[in-house]
Design a protein around this ligand. Structure first.
Ligand code: GDP
Length: 199
């Protein structure tokens, strides 16, 4: 499937046309601090945010892309990882979801360990197995190739993704977009293309 991308912020006068295009709700979930807000910002605005404010409850950003000649709008819902915010909002943000990004921090094994409970929360909130799911290991710029300790190895993450029918990406919301990526997984833009292609 052919996809091309443009940032909604650069659309100017085309905005009224785009307000009518099909909108898909994409949930971004994972522990607090894994980089959900930065990743959402990077995917929608094309850059790492200069200043990050803690997400209270839920927030969303939009991104328009062209899939097979049709403009669609991705609405990325950035959810707070903290239990106290999630409790009151949980049913609201799980409503009418089209895709889910599960985010963990590659330098924080605990955030990887929490994925099981995030998957379970999806199940409890009727996120069907057929809904496209993506596993995103963020902060790959902090990976130290000389030491595997304290990091989540890619093989483990890939096997988790396979077991839960997820597409896997390891990436960095921080790495500049034009830097030459050594691996296909390093390109943050591939995530948004993959989401568009699966919808
Ligand atoms: P959230 O709580 O999951 O929304 O996490 P935030 O997006 O607020 O990010 C938490 C912290 O991680 C912030 O200090 C960000 O600057 C930092 N951060 C997020 N993504 C990256 C990344 O890809 N690389 C690095 N080095 N830091 C990141």
């Amino acid at each position: 499937m052919e996809s091309s991308l443009e940032f909604s912020s650069s659309l100017g006068s085309a905005s009224s046309l785009l307000s009518r295009c099909r909108t898909f709700k994409v949930l971004v979930i994972g522990d607090s601090g894994v980089g959900k807000t930065c990743l959402t910002h990077r995917l929608c605005a094309g850059e790492f945010p200069r200043r990050v404010e803690a997400t209270i409850g839920v927030d969303f950003r939009e991104r328009v892309l062209d899939v097979d000649g049709e403009k669609i709008k991705l609405q990325l819902w950035d959810t707070a990882g903290q239990e106290r915010f999630r409790k009151s909002m949980v049913q609201h943000y799980y409503r009418n979801v089209h895709a889910v990004l599960f985010v963990y921090d590659v330098t924080c094994p605990a955030s990887f360990g929490s994925l099981t409970s995030w998957v379970e929360e999806c199940r409890q909130n009727s996120i069907r197995q057929e809904i496209p799911r993506f596993l995103v290991g963020n902060k790959s710029d902090l990976r130290d190739p000389r030491s595997a300790g304290g990091q989540v190895c890619q093989e483990r993450a890939m096997s988790f993704a396979r077991a839960h029918s997820m597409m896997f990406f390891e990436t960095s919301a921080k790495r500049p977009p034009n830097r030459r990526a050594a691996y296909q997984q390093d390109k943050v833009e591939d995530i948004v293309v993959a989401v568009g292609a699966k919808l």
